[in-house]
Design a protein around this ligand. Sequence first.
Ligand SMILES: NC(=O)c1ccc[n+]([C@@H]2O[C@H](COP(=O)([O-])OP(=O)(O)OC[C@H]3O[C@@H](n4cnc5c(N)ncnc54)[C@H](OP(=O)(O)O)[C@@H]3O)[C@@H](O)[C@H]2O)c1
Length: 331
Amino acid sequence: MKVAVVGATGLVGTEMLKVLAERNFPVTELLPVASARSVGQEIEFQGKKYKVVSMDDALAARPAVAIFSAGGAISLQEAPRFAAAGTVVIDNSSAWRMDPTKKLVVPEINAHTLTADDKIIANPNCSTIQLVVALNELHKRYRATRIVVSTYQSVTGTGKQAVDQMMQERAGQTAGNPAYPHRIDLNVLPHIDVFQDNGYTKEEMKMVLETKKIFRDDSIRLTATTVRVPVIGGHSEAVNVEFAQEFDLAEVRELLRQTEGVELVDDVKNNVYPMPQGAHGRDAVLVGRLRRDETQPKTLNMWVVADNLRKGAATNAVQIAEVLLEMGLLK
Ligand SMILES: NC(=O)c1ccc[n+]([C@@H]2O[C@H](COP(=O)([O-])OP(=O)(O)OC[C@H]3O[C@@H](n4cnc5c(N)ncnc54)[C@H](OP(=O)(O)O)[C@@H]3O)[C@@H](O)[C@H]2O)c1
């Protein structure tokens, strides 16, 4: 199967190639696409060398599937061209997520809704994916009515330029081409993506809107504060969730143990809880620090960590491709 990876030289694209190889996705011909700066550069995939090609060359090769991770503007412009040529596009940017004609897919929750008509499929935002995976079974059992989430997000969520900025600052240098408006090393920025008219950032509003869309439940009230921290390895989230039904903590633990994609990491007596260092390079969404909110009934506090480049981006996209393959929708 011909597979195009658009943004193949980026942080998400590089992880995408790793995940495709690890999961033995049946790639017969890889079409790695990047900007004009990188065309001709060699990358390695499954022991073979491939040259980075231009968008037009990849399109002309008519891949069965194209996985886009090269920013929203490129997805808006290029994804429809691939779709028109018969390629199924799985898009990691925010370009199509809230388009009512496009599906926003987390395979553990809503892969069954995919059909042959879905030519552009949106991968949700990384901070939304780990939240909804962690909540999936709990929401089915007790129905989440209100969620308050504060995030602690890795610099890898911003891309190569941000990792370079942090590493240069850490080495005592002034970053040449900073990704953020402030220093990130030894600092915390309550600012991810652009500010909106309502005072929230776009990242915060993505969590609100995408969660409702994925759970097909507009009644969920969610409020978020998204924060960048000088961390590599994964995003962390403090989640306070109020349910319609009363819950039992032992049952919550059992439900989380049974939740697809979740690993319960919760043994505080032995200082065991999820951390980005434990999530790095892994696909599981780690959940721990489970406790009742003692200030109001039916409310749970938990701590959720996942590698934003894996389940938050590459793994989720490849899982969507695997479902399409199983359903016979990739030609
Ligand atoms: N990082 C995350 O956790 C995360 C999670 C979910 C979704 N995403 C989304 O994934 C996308 C990429 O993120 P990233 O973190 O991988 O960024 P990144 O490290 O900066 O990589 C960007 C990639 O896009 C390519 N690119 C830039 N301009 C292009 C053009 N005109 N035509 C073709 N390719 C072009 C770059 O190629 P060159 O190397 O040639 O510049 C590079 O391969 C963004 O839309 C982001 O929102 C990121």
